[in-house]
Design a protein around this ligand. Sequence first.
Ligand code: NAI
Length: 330
Amino acid sequence: MKIAFFSYKSYDKEWFNKFNEEYGFEFRYFKVKLTEETVVYAKGCDAVCAFVNDDLGRPIIENLAQLGVKMIAMRCAGFNNVDLDATKQHGIKVFRVPAYSPHAVAEHAVALILTLNRKTHKAYNRVREGNFSLERLTGFNLYGKTIGVIGTGKIGAIFCNLMLGFGCKVLAYDLYPNEELKKQGIKYTDLTELLSSSDIVSLNTPLLPETAHMINKYTLNLMKDGAMLINTSRGGLIDTMDAIDALKSGKLGSLGIDVYEQEEGLFFHNLSEKVITDDKISRLLSFPNVLITSHQAFFTREALDEISKVTLQNILDFQKGKDNKNIVLG
Ligand code: NAI
């Protein structure tokens, strides 16, 4: 099997090469993102290995089909960037890694909360410059606060438990409530009650047509004044302009995001010598109460192990025509 590997980074190559010793696939690594311009690199390959910001819309899928590509191995959980109608129509099978480390993402959400709240990022810089003042570093106790968790799947459920560990009251909203979480003391509510009662809201649903911009000026308005909003799921869950307005008015107290609506072309790249032309991210970066990480919630050694192993096994199962539960059905 020849596999065209798009958007690769040094760590991808390191991890995939290590685990590929057992599998022996032929990888062709491309640093570039999969786009209409770069899709031609997949010529001669049986499969494409892609990541969250690769473009797998209909025109690309049609090109891949013409090039003879029969399988797409997503090395991530989300597949909102894949046109599944197009893959189905062209008989291209799509596989993913459903859960490489839900703990990594849930723990990163906690890291965002603790950093924003206790301002350790500011303290770190201050102290290094000999500034030992505590002015404006005041935080709040997490103990006793109410946390609203939207989406209690694999990541959301772990996040609920972490917050219970801090002594928080946890409210949850999901189309399919988790009975086990209820037994542990998590209370399911409707979205309005969750938003209006929570000191911190964490988004843990996939990006779907029904969840796109679920946080907008109307839902932001339902939130408690000065509440914290955390998003480690997908940028499109939040209407960024509405969040900026809520931050400017003070309605939203703080925002911690690992994902951003227009993150393609920004996240995962070193643009330190370039002019950032995206005014929304520049505005977000100007707020003292906004913390942005560039889609690193998943980024642990354990997660990279799991991503590589499961992706390679998905490719092998596809090659051998074996049943595999990681197939994404259109
Ligand atoms: P999951 O599929 O286990 O859970 C998603 C939950 O959302 C389910 O319980 C589902 O019922 C619920 N849900 C779906 N639509 C909903 C709606 N309209 N209203 C309320 N609840 C709804 O997914 P998992 O593994 O927990 O991942 C969640 C998301 O996290 C992924 O879709 C992905 O976008 C994101 N993610 C981000 C990563 C990062 O590095 N920042 C890494 C991995 C995943």
